[in-house]
Design a protein around this ligand. Structure first.
Ligand SMILES: [Fe+2]
Length: 232
């Protein structure tokens, strides 16, 4: 590695009940870096150029309870910029409203899965979005998705956070983390479950054009309220 820059370092110690999701492949990353050129083993295929993004949960602070699950960790976004002979790397936490609130406090405020019984009173009723599930590149814009909140936008080059997006107040509650792009039209098809709140049977189905404009939005009631993670 060369030109590593650590901009943030925060330990995320574990409690006994949380050990599984803090070990092995689940282990949290606790630093942010900008690395100009990663060490490359072998050779980069000729002509390979572009950026690979990924996201996963890396809790910034130690959980408040022993029911931590990787679904509830703060989203850490990674970018591998591949350009001919070298690969540059950056990673940043998505600075969500939750991340910012806890950053100001210097500790975790939200209980696992937003459990009010284990949350600090300062967090109850606040946006608990983590932007930790999936990356979306659409309309020349980069988003980190998590199905219980609006898409969270980041700068594609610097990974600077731009915040949750409502796309002209059309997406006001939540959006699936697994929308699908129609390869022929370039349109994004997305849905949301329980937009009126947890346990409600409503569903949204929408279409967004390649300029990130919501061109269609329908709502209907499902036969019963349920978590709908993906759709084909
Ligand atoms: Fe998923």
């Amino acid at each position: 590695m060369t030109a590593a820059t650590t901009t943030t370092k925060t330990a995320a110690p574990t409690q006994a009940g949380n050990a599984y999701f803090f070990s092995g492949n689940y282990a949290a990353l606790t630093e942010e870096h900008d690395i100009a050129a990663l060490d490359v083993v072998g050779a980069i295929p000729p002509g390979l150029s572009g950026t690979l993004y990924r996201v996963g949960p890396s809790p910034r602070y130690a959980p408040r309870d022993d029911n931590y699950h990787w679904f509830t960790g703060d989203g850490m976004v990674h970018a591998f910029h591949i350009d001919g002979a070298k690969v540059a790397y950056s990673n940043r936490w998505a600075r969500t409203p939750k991340w910012q609130l806890e950053n100001e406090a210097g500790r975790a405020l939200f209980g696992s899965f937003g459990n009010p019984a284990t949350s600090d009173p300062a967090a109850v009723g606040r946006n608990s979005g983590t932007a930790n599930t999936n990356m979306l590149w659409h309309g020349g814009r980069l988003f980190a998705l998590e199905e219980s909140h609006q898409p969270f936008e980041l700068d594609a080059r610097t990974l600077a956070s731009k915040g949750h997006q409502s796309f002209g107040d059309r997406l006001t509650a939540r959006c699936t983390a697994h929308p699908k792009v129609d390869p022929e039209t370039g349109e994004l098809h997305f849905f949301a479950y329980s937009p009126e709140g947890p346990g409600t049977p409503g569903m949204l189905y929408g279409v967004m054009n390649s300029a990130c404009e919501v061109t269609g939005l329908q709502s209907f009631d499902a036969p019963y309220a349920s978590m709908a993670h993906d759709s084909w």
